[in-house]
Write a protein that binds this ligand. Structure first.
Ligand SMILES: *[C@@H]1O[C@H](CO)[C@@H](O)[C@H](O)[C@H]1NC(C)=O
Ligand SMILES: *[C@@H]1O[C@H](CO)[C@@H](O)[C@H](O)[C@H]1NC(C)=O
Ligand SMILES: *[C@@H]1O[C@H](CO)[C@@H](O)[C@H](O)[C@H]1NC(C)=O
Length: 307
């Protein structure tokens, strides 16, 4: 005989009193950068992390320069705000899909912002409104369709975007305004070289517009041609069926010449002249076998009722 078997209710009671503690508590995700030097105002953390699902911005509040590129950062914690001390921030070459809308709300001293080579799809219209000291803004390598108008602060000196006609179209005017201190605007081509956006737009985008217009014109031309041909065919067919239908002409069996005759009865009825009373006939002939015209017939045709 072994141990006495405990009844089932007792087992359940024991389980309730001593719940199995989970081996992995619902701990916060591991920080992207385990050990951060707290004191320094500048912090270079480029190439330190391979995977960083969400970066907690808390430790970076007091920094003046921050390099966070090449870290696989997927997102910033939603409450992230740049501190007013920050002058330069490099978040390039990460996996950011969006940024908190108020991320730059206190960034009044921010001069350099590098966001190139992320996966940013859009930035809110007022995103840069408070970044009034912004001088360098790099956005190339993102699938952004447009640059928010608030990016064009009076302080802006350099702007980089991807070379696509949609995004370049949104910056062309502020990048080329004459008489104002327009920033230098460059775009990154698919061959990884920077070109002047004015030149890019002139060479690539107007050409596209011309191509579209040309295609539309060609399509319109083809449509007109088809319609015209159809109209001509319609009228031809209508004329042919009209001639073949009863009308006032009728097909006669072949006459003495051995040719089919198409005879129209003359409408004049008052004349008693023998020649005029004769039906005039349209005789289909070969050009080679001209029937001998009866004398007096042609003059009548020309001068009288049949004119
Ligand atoms: C980080 O690593 C990439 C390659 O993975 C390299 O191109 C880049 O220069 C490095 N950046 C820094 C600041 O070390
Ligand atoms: C700009 O700053 C003001 C106050 O400093 C704040 O009320 C406003 O929401 C900020 N705007 C943006 C777009 O962050
Ligand atoms: C871009 O090109 C235009 C015309 O070719 C020129 O006026 C402008 O100065 C150029 N901008 C830069 C930043 O090179």
């Amino acid at each position: 005989m072994g141990h006495p078997v405990a009844p089932l209710p007792l087992l359940l009671l024991l389980l309730l009193l001593h719940p199995v503690t989970p081996t992995t508590p619902a701990a916060p995700a591991a920080p992207c950068f385990p050990a951060l030097p707290a004191a320094s105002a500048e912090l270079d953390l480029a190439n330190r992390s391979r995977q960083c699902a969400e970066l907690d911005w808390g430790p970076f509040q007091q920094k003046s320069r921050l390099w966070l590129s090449h870290n696989g950062i997927g997102a910033l914690s939603p409450s992230s705000r740049i501190g007013p001390e920050l002058l330069e921030l490099d978040l390039s070459h990460n996996r950011l899909r969006e940024l908190p809308p108020a991320f730059l709300s206190r960034a009044r001293h921010l001069r350099h912002l590098q966001l190139q080579h992320n996966q940013l799809r859009q930035l809110p219209a007022g995103f840069f409104a408070n970044a009034t000291a912004l001088q360098i803004l790099r956005l190339e390598g993102n699938p952004l369709p447009a640059v928010p108008p608030t990016a064009f602060q009076a302080s802006l000196q350099l702007l980089a975007v991807p070379c696509r006609c949609d995004v370049v179209g949104t910056i062309l005017a502020p990048c080329t305004c004459s008489g104002c201190a327009a920033p230098q605007c460059h775009c990154l081509t698919t061959h990884h070289s920077f070109v002047n956006v004015t030149d890019f737009h002139r060479q690539q985008c107007r050409h596209n517009v011309g191509l579209v217009a040309g295609l539309a014109g060609a399509a319109a031309g083809v449509a007109v041609l088809v319609l015209g041909t159809a109209a001509v065919c319609y009228w031809r067919r209508k004329a042919a069926t009209g001639a073949a239908s009863v009308g006032w002409g009728k097909w006669e069996p072949a006459g003495a010449h051995g040719q089919p005759r198409y005879i129209s009865r003359a409408m004049e009825t008052g004349t008693t002249d023998a020649t005029a009373a004769l039906d005039y006939e349209n005789v289909f002939v070969n050009p080679c076998t001209v029937p001998a015209a009866t004398p007096g017939w042609m003059p009548r045709w020309q001068e009288e009722q049949h004119r």
